[in-house]
Design a protein around this ligand. Structure first.
Ligand code: FAQ
Length: 372
């Protein structure tokens, strides 16, 4: 059985997923089909049964209370949940939503910096930027694979991105106007991503946390590259400093939004913290970011574009101006400055890359139709 499904995963579109229209047995290297559809995914040779998918809308209180209690006890003990383990449908649904959005953020996130590869100021910077952008796309690969273990096909995820149904990080819907924007992205956006990802890499879902661990290693190189680029401009000519300050001014608000809405407005935090998918709330991560990076920004002689920003000596918490949460909701719902452009580029890539995917797919594969 495991061998069969491993093979199934190799035949799918993309590296990890195949959908068998009822994979029954293997004869002479060919897969035979039965009536029922199954999804198989790479980690743990997991099989999502048709009835699982039909139950995706099931509420937590509708779960078998004994199974739910045992599941939550495992989480409390710090055990990892693996794809073949029992899990509440809401846990599965939440993980798919979050990991999928994260994966989309990585491929869309490659675009603002990617537009500067051809315009990098020298060959060394160009090489470094190319490597970074390539890493981000690689992170998307890892994350799509992790999400696939939960039963949603990569095709369905990409379709939901392209149709605008699925979200991706707010921050990549802003233009990278100058070279200094790439420096701010590589330093501060990567810093924010590392804070989120190192925290959540201690989480409960095995495939996701293993992907996060690897991603964090690579992101820490990006952070060094970003900091190096920022220091170079901050210690450069007055024009270079002005360009850097301008970039910081434009990216600050999206950076404050990056960690998600304030805790009181967050829809999913409570559940995700209980199930150890999120190990800190949105506000806690935002505070951690301010703690770590505001002093560094000031050290470089740059100004944070927030006149009231300060740390309350009594609570130890940063007080900051309202970063305009209305703008955040607009941007994540498709109305940011670059949303349409970003999705248009992805649609172009999807359309023009189809012949490559078709050429790579084995002609005699029986079952590559996605189910989810
Ligand atoms: N952007 O209830 P919450 C990177 C949505 S990777 C867009 O608080 P949650 C690497 C949220 O989905 C960056 N939408 O949500 C890189 C929900 O909508 P829904 C991405 C957002 O999930 C660097 C609604 O608002 N990282 O940067 C955002 O508990 C440089 C209610 O919000 C991840 O995805 C947002 N910022 O907490 C690449 C990490 N915030 O689904 C290139 C994994 C919230 O109900 C260059 N994700 N929303 O329609 C997470 O940790 C969480 O999903 C949060 C949000 C913390 C982002």
């Amino acid at each position: 059985m495991p061998k069969l499904f491993l093979r199934c995963s190799l035949l799918g579109k993309g590296p990890s997923l195949g959908v068998a229209r009822g994979l029954k047995r293997r004869t002479n290297d060919r897969l035979e089909l039965s009536e029922k559809p199954y999804i198989c995914a790479m980690y743990g040779n997991h099989v999502v049964r048709p009835e699982d998918i039909e139950n995706w809308g099931r509420k937590v209180h509708e779960e078998d209370p004994e199974k739910l209690a045992e599941f939550e006890a495992r989480i409390d003990r710090g055990e990892k949940i693996e794809p073949h383990d029992w899990m509440p449908f809401e846990y599965r649904r939440q993980l798919i939503r979050l990991i999928e959005q994260h994966a989309h953020s990585e491929i869309i996130g490659a675009l603002p910096e990617g537009t500067w590869i051809t315009r990098a100021p020298n060959f060394r910077r160009k090489l470094a930027l190319m490597a970074k952008v390539q890493d981000e796309v690689g992170h998307a690969q890892l994350l799509y694979s992790a999400a696939e273990t939960l039963g949603k096909s990569r095709e369905a995820m990409i379709n939901d991105l392209l149709s605008g149904k699925s979200k991706y990080s707010n921050i990549f819907n802003y233009p990278a106007k100058t070279w200094a924007d790439t420096a701010i992205i590589a330093w501060l956006v990567d810093a924010g991503a590392i804070i989120n990802q190192t925290t959540n890499s201690k989480g409960s879902y095995g495939p996701y946390v293993r992907a996060l661990e690897r991603i964090c290693w690579e992101e820490s190189f990006h952070l060094k590259y970003g900091y190096d680029s920022v220091v170079y401009l901050a210690t450069g000519t007055p024009r270079q400093r002005a360009m850097l300050q301008d970039a910081l001014n434009r990216w600050w608000r999206p950076l404050m939004h990056f960690f998600g809405p304030p805790d009181q407005q967050s829809l999913h935090t409570e559940k995700l913290v209980r199930w150890k998918v999120k190990l800190a709330t949105n506000d806690e991560m935002r505070q951690q970011f301010l703690d770590m990076y505001v002093p560094k920004i000031w050290e470089l002689g740059l100004t944070v574009p927030d006149p009231i920003l300060h740390k309350d000596p009594e609570t130890g918490r940063w007080i900051y101006a309202d970063p305009n949460w209305e703008e955040f909701w607009q941007v994540i719902n498709g109305n940011g400055p670059c949303n349409k452009e970003r999705l248009a580029v992805r649609r172009f890539a999807e359309e023009n890359g189809r012949w490559v995917r078709d050429a790579l797919r084995p002609q005699n594969a029986h079952y590559v139709t996605p189910l989810a």
